[in-house]
Design a protein around this ligand. Sequence first.
Ligand SMILES: [Zn+2]
Ligand SMILES: [Zn+2]
Length: 369
Amino acid sequence: MDVCEVYKVLHGMPETAHQEYRTSAFLAARLREMGFDVAEGVNGSTGVVGTLDSGRPGPVLGLRADMDALPFEREGKTCAIHACGHDANCAMVLTVAGRLARKNAFSGTLQVIFQPAEEGDGGSRSVIGSGLLSGLDEIAAIHLLESGDGRAGQASPAVYHCASSQIRARLLGVSAHGSKPHLGINAAEAAVLAANGLSAVHGDPALVHSLKVTQIVTAEGGLNTIPAEALMGIDLRCEDDREMERLAQKVRKVLECAAETAGAGLELQPITYGPAPVYSQAMRQSAADSIREVLGEQGLLRDVHTTVGEDFHYYAALLGCEAIYMGLGADVSPVLHHPDMCFDVRALEHGSEILSRFAEKRLCNMEER
Ligand SMILES: [Zn+2]
Ligand SMILES: [Zn+2]
């Protein structure tokens, strides 16, 4: 099967986070046919880790692809759609695994990681928790780019995501008759105070970041009743982990002050998602060289900076390995995460060729590195 055929199979069986049973069974079966040692259902997840030891000394390189599709409502029903192109990521990584296994001209060990639940649900941590990746020296991934970042025939050697966090706050007031607001504590007013206060929080303009209120919900009651509870959602992103922590502290302070001003109680539930990327410049160079070889000088894009989060960055953060994350131009239309998202499937041939060359560079000529 070539990369486009694999893509078509996976595209036809979209499964949302933690439900990737058919997808992982298909990928595991193909890896076994290629001669990989395959672990399925790793750490109780749907994750698959395939290992191919060349028998020659060298580094351990991981290629990671995420498997999950996104849930959408269509005609009153929830359905899964591959609107982020994770089927494309899996097709490219599987194709590269097959090529390297067939040629068997590399040194060291190739580990292929098919990860569940990238879309905000801890998939990478469940695979890391399996312990199967403790020997990884390097890990790489590739993902479709938004058209604004790159078109078909172009690719970027490094996509810099942001650390990303969603914070849930619960403001607790006291109900009262709307005619006697002084006898109650208005949780809605506390939430509005907090929202206004957050607009005065500024991150370093030299760093890509974003802070916004995403939800304000007050208790449903009569329009003549002082609401006793308000829920707030805040989405926070930054390309730098230290600046991210500074912003998170400011957010916490604003919420505390707003609650105190209104006399309300506050419960905070931070949901950490993913750290910011830290990339190996040597791996970035191999990625750039591979892109230039496949797409020519005009196909080599600059690094892409985006406020999107990625749980890929847990691999380097928790395993202490080196990492790189490439971006593939594919004329994505209209945008990623749109239920009608489509792209130029021929770009997958470029992507798998780039990733093959990259893997060969990282797994050969160890002494020269
Ligand atoms: Zn996505
Ligand atoms: Zn994605």
